[in-house]
Structure formats: C-alpha cells, structure tokens
Design a protein around this ligand. Structure first.
Ligand code: SAH
Length: 231
C-alpha cells in the first residue's frame, strides 16, 4: 500500500479489518470483482490513499461526500485514514449499504453515514444539497455525469476529485463543456505518482465556482444516459 508515512498504526489496523470484512462478505454478496487480498490493498485501498494529499488540501477537517461509493471506495478508506473528516457515503444498492454500515459499526467509526439512495435525488434534498466541502467519485460515470451528480452537493468554493484512467479522451472535452452548466470549472487533471507497475491515475479536480441551477441533477439515470456537454 502507499501512504505509509502518512497514516498511523491504528489506521493500518482499521484498514486491515475493512479489507478482511470486504473479502469475507464478498464470498456471499457481490460487492467487488476484486477477490484477492493483495489486489484489494493495491487497487482499492492504495488508490484511495493516493488521494490523501488532495483530500488534506481541500477538506481538512471538513465534510466529504463519496458518490457511488460501492463497497466504500474511496470514501470509507479515506474516513479510516482521516478519522477527523465528516464523511457521507452515497450508494444506490442496498446490499452495499448494508456492508458499509457493518464496517462502520465493527470499527466503531463516528462522523460517517452510509446513505441508501441516488445522487440525483439526494442532490435535491436540503440535508445534502450545498453541504459538502469535497466530493469524490470513482468508477461511477463519465466526467460530465459526475459533474452533474456531484456539484449540487458541494458548497460554492468546494472541490470534487475524480480519479480516472490515464486516457480521459472525449469524456474530458465533454466535461469541459458540461462544467459551466452546473457551476463548475475543471482546475487540473494531473497524473498521480504511483507504483511503477500499477495502472496510472489521472486525478481530475473540479471547483464549484457558482451555484448549480436547480434543474440539476436531472432525474435518475439521465445524467449518465444523456451526459451534458455532448457535442
Ligand atoms: N466507487 C466504488 C464503486 C464503483 S461501482 C469503487 O471505486 O470501487 C459504481 C457504484 O456506483 C455502484 O455501486 C452503483 O450502485 C453506484 N451508483 C451509480 N450511479 C449512482 C447514483 N446515481 N447514485 C448513487 N449511487 C450510484
């Protein structure tokens, strides 16, 4: 795993318990296609910890929302690594939410909530709209859809982190066109330093620079099916 110099002993223990519970549950509930402990460490936990410098820069002590968190990546791994963060995990699939709640209870974590729902709906809910300093979303949708789902949840001045593969291609151009429609500006899309034999991550960082119009996000399924900014 990466980030060894950035997290303390108790954190490694927490991450180990999380990984073991993930592998144990995954035998009967389909939580992730990754089934090998080393792969969980590298591809899921390691990838999440690689976001820590950006998380520390933009959310230090604030509120983070992870949209489409699945089995908790990156949001729950970040919460374990940075217990002082207030974290909301949004996930549409009930059995994944049950797993998240199990891990939260097992580790006795406070200041973290797993919400069963869709970002399209929670983005119009007063309890969530405009409430967060930082949003993350990994392997959930193309960039314009991520912007539509995440920007409504952020306060103006907040940031969103979208880890992507090295080649973002056409989705990047679509994201650039979608951004101003939802009050966002794409600030950076840098390659992250990583392990030599690991797939490269390009971290797209978007800032919320103005209010998101109330018509966004559109209704469930539309942001992914009809992405904004498609030429
Ligand atoms: N982020 C995790 C999971 C990726 S799979 C990881 O990197 O491993 C994508 C997950 O997003 C699925 O669990 C799916 O249920 C969830 N999802 C997709 N669209 C969503 C939406 N609009 N609102 C909430 N969850 C969503």
């Amino acid at each position: 795993m990466v980030g060894g110099d950035e997290v303390g002993e108790g954190v490694w223990e927490g991450l180990r318990v999380y990984r073991d519970e993930l592998l144990r549950w995954n035998e009967r509930v389909n939580l992730t296609a990754i089934r090998e402990p080393g792969e969980v460490d590298r591809r899921l936990i390691g990838d999440a910890l690689r976001l820590l410098p950006a998380v520390d820069a933009y959310a230090g002590g604030g509120r983070l929302v992870d949209v489409g968190t699945g089995a908790g990546f990156p949001g729950l791994a970040l919460k374990i690594a940075r217990p002082e963060l207030d974290v909301t995990l949004i996930e549409a699939t009930g059995k994944k939410v049950a797993f998240l709640r199990h891990v939260i209870e097992t580790l006795g974590l406070e200041g973290v909530e797993a919400v069963h729902g869709r970002a399209e709906e929670l983005g119009h809910d007063r309890r969530y709209r405009g409430r967060f300093d930082l949003a993350t979303a990994r392997a959930v949708a193309v960039l314009p859809a991520l912007l539509e789902l995440c920007m409504p949840l952020l306060r103006v001045g907040g940031r969103a982190l979208f880890p992507k593969g090295a080649e973002v291609g056409t989705e990047f151009a679509e994201g650039e066109r979608a951004a101003p429609l939802v009050g966002a500006r794409i600030e950076r899309a840098d390659l992250l330093p990583g392990e030599p034999d690991e797939p490269v991550t390009r971290l797209v960082i978007a800032a919320k620079i103005g209010e998101t119009p109330n018509r966004f996000p559109r209704r469930s399924g539309i942001p992914a099916k009809e992405p904004l900014g498609r030429a």
